[in-house]
Design a protein around this ligand. Sequence first.
Ligand code: GLU
Length: 594
Amino acid sequence: MRQRVARTTVSLAALAALSITLAGTPASAEQRSTTKSPTAVGHGGAVATVDADATRVGLDVLRKGGNAVDAAVAAAATLGVTEPFSSGIGGGGFFVYYDARTHQVQTIDGRETAPAAMNANSFDGLTFNDAVTSGLSVGVPGSPATWQEALDRWGTLSLAQALTGGRQVAGRGFVVDSTFRQQVADNADRFNDFTSTRDLYLPGGSPPAVGTIFKNPALADTYQQLGERGVNWLYDGALAREIVNTVQHPPLAPDANRTPRSGLMTTSDLAAYTAPLRQPTHVVYRGLDVYGMAPPSSGGSTVGEALNILDNVNLSAMTRTQALHYYLEASALAYADRGAYLGDPSAMTVSLNQLLSQGFADERFCNIDPAHAMTKPVPAGQPDGSYDTDCNGTADTTVRTDREGKSTTHLTVVDRWGNTVAYTLTIESTGGNAMVVPGRGFLLNNELTDFNFPNAAGQPNAPGPGKRPRSSMSPTIVLDHGSPLLALGSPGGSTIITTVLQTLINRLDLGMTLPQAIAEPRATQRNTASVQAETTFDPAQRAALEALGHTFTVTPPPGEIGAATGIEFLADGRLLAAAEPVRRGGGSAGVVSP
Ligand code: GLU
């Protein structure tokens, strides 16, 4: 069944009902505006991020004539200051770009990369927690190269210009909100173990108080020098040596509680880093073209496979329970295939084309019983080019429980020409590996914990030299007849995929506006015994799904899954920017001309 999705107009009253204003502590005019709204409608370009400063900086770039790529890099650099525990120049990400002139979607793979000395056994003997706070889990950062690549290819600003807004926020300071404080508090034990991190984020021994002004002059200086000297300063210059020194000799405090394993990264690893263009993933859903991020992210293929499975049924004609049942079952099937087949593109054992073929999805669809939930975990399918409906799967022996990260951040930008960016970036754990590069004001990632370990030799996602760990990041752009309809993404570790999938279904099938689709309580089924649902998930739906055989657990405190942002092109020509109304303290959406 392939029905089309009608573009809708959005009632302003409905938006107003969802829109809240978060009043913060008054700050001096130059420090920042602390009011933020999760929805905005208007013309001339739009920005949606989790943070008021980042959205303001992005909108400033658009107002001054910059394009969506310029604004996305400027907003990302600002997030590196105000959301430093989720993103920054010590991390990586995936940049998906629609070019309004060529009507093409292109992507940059800015994933962190393992050192040449890493192998499948490098994490042996380490618990997962030991790996989290270690030099060993630091991948070569990809964000600075991504920014330079995006600006060179599609932008109009220099890197120095794009860093200006973030540099100013770092230098002048910004108002600490409860999310920032909580993220420091949650990491206080780790942060306290490293002199550089405690000095920056635990001034006087405690997390910065809500409402106070937080400045990061070292990061302002780092941005200044990065702009002046260029990214090679970080990849092949003095800053590269400082990063390697931090990885190999963690700046441990004398009273530290842990002895972190040092890392394998060398200056040659940094010098070898590239942020390559990758073909986006592409599926057709309800007649729309859905583009996402290819491996090393599993985001585009897993969202895409689930959509292909769901294109067999008309969710809009079903009861909500039936639609949710199909959503959960399609997610589980797609996750089984993700676990079995996805990893660094050089290590993939099946073709992405087969994983994303409609024939494979149709074969997978036949596993779903409308009246009974499948027993989880379900086995992986066989994307071998020969498809039938007898549903003979092969047991997936690689099923593992994915962690639900709360870190990472997603931003969405559209400019006046219709150029569109969906960009998800991260340092992996909230707080990364907890090590600030001394004197430089930014945290290093621990992205290499996204590899499977221990005992993963031979698997696509085993650690290996120069490999990129499998990601779940799912920056997504949806086109309607070659023009953008929607762009979105979310943080949330392996729940990113289901958050993006559920938000797409909410918007495209279940009659919700984009803000409603983002606000809707979430449930995630990643081929695990139970569905994990937010505390706000409708108990009546839960009971009805339990009657079909699904079991539920509630997502751990704070009970939230993801923190999405997106932008929709409305039928009347306006842009609708949307961020979370509540999760993570609410995000910030803005338009150039309301
Ligand atoms: N490292 C994760 C990934 O790339 C994201 C982490 C998170 O969102 O918490 O999929």
